[in-house]
Design a protein around this ligand. Structure first.
Ligand code: PMP
Length: 316
């Protein structure tokens, strides 16, 4: 049965950043009925502000809303709200090359429920924050550990949508990995414990003999917008890109490994530790493919190259 519907989101207004009122019996606080999105606005040298594929975030939120039994804003309503919020915060968009404005849309059950059920009312809001470049020197390698105890998602679960609970479930594994000196955790599938899924907040790519492979989207990993864009960019550059099951053995045997996401953009993997065995990649993982896709994507996002795909949206 269809769970979501187009929501009628009224009372749209710009408010000063600050605490919001929320009922103790709201759906989000009690049953985790909430979704978020993440995208970035970049400033060009001429002062204009660019969004990167905001319609994709709107569509992903709608898909998530269906899974979480929530009404969702229409695509245009979502994109217009993002535009309005960014333009109202124009002065917080860092200058070219100094970072971006991170945009965080939230959709959650704000109506009250006592027994388990979808909330009767929802709130859609957006807040923003300037962020520096994730890595100061462009590409910086990260060291990942393959997680063997915890799984991020199971088939039939909510791994494929950006619901808040997915992030609560990885906090423990991520904290432990950081305490042990790793940058982040790489999750394996929960059935075979053998196929790559994703990192806590980014997707993963493996390069072998110039063929690029990435885990396919089948409900347990987030369909990253950066992932999708990198697949197109790499194919446009003549690379063969495969979306399929990728085993942990292939990962350890790869020429290059990199992660993609809104926050990290493209981030090469310098080393992987699996069951206590550490594999280090050549040149700390900063390989030719990682470099190429990184430059192509960042110059597009910052408006430095012609946008033949029509992926960027100019706000002013
Ligand atoms: N996987 C997870 C679990 C994430 O949280 C994110 C960040 N949204 C990604 C992948 C990458 O998605 P995107 O490229 O759309 O930021």
């Amino acid at each position: 049965s269809k769970c979501s519907q187009d929501g009628i989101f009224t009372k749209g207004e710009l408010l000063r950043y600050g605490p919001i009122e929320l009922s103790p019996s709201s759906g989000v606080l009690n049953y985790g009925q909430g979704l978020f999105e993440g995208l970035k606005a970049y400033k060009k040298e001429d002062g204009s502000i660019l969004l990167f594929r905001p319609h994709e975030n709107a569509l992903r939120m709608r898909m998530g809303a269906e899974r979480m039994c929530m009404p969702s804003p229409a695509v245009e309503q979502f994109v217009n709200a993002v535009k309005l919020t960014v333009l109202a915060n124009k002065r917080w968009v860092p200058p070219t090359g100094k970072g971006s404005l991170y945009i965080r849309p939230l959709l959650f059950g704000s109506g009250t429920v006592l027994g388990l059920a979808p909330a009767p009312e929802y709130t859609f809001l957006i807040f923003v924050s300037p962020v520096g470049n994730y890595f100061k020197e462009g590409l910086a390698p990260i060291n990942l550990v393959v997680e063997n105890e915890f799984h991020r998602a199971a088939p039939g679960g909510t791994g494929g949508v950006k619901t808040i609970g997915n992030y609560a479930s990885v906090l423990k594994a991520q904290k432990r990995a950081k305490e042990n000196g790793y940058s982040d955790v790489l999750y394996l599938d929960s059935i075979h414990k053998k196929y790559l899924e994703e990192v806590s907040s980014c997707n993963i790519f493996v390069v072998k003999n110039n063929i690029i492979s990435t885990p396919e989207i089948k409900g347990t990993i987030l369909p990253g917008i950066t992932r999708k864009s990198i697949i197109d960019v790499a194919r446009g550059q003549g690379y063969q890109v495969e979306e399929r099951l990728v085993s942990v053995e292939e990962l350890l045997d790869a020429d290059e490994v990199f992660c993609t996401g809104t926050a990290v953009v493209v981030s090469p993997v310098g080393s992987i530790t699996y069951l206590g065995r550490k594999v280090e990649y050549k040149n700390s993982g900063i390989g030719v493919v990682s470099q190429q896709v990184y430059s192509s994507l960042t110059s597009l996002q910052m408006g430095l190259t012609e946008d033949k795909m029509g992926w960027t949206m100019k706000l002013n």
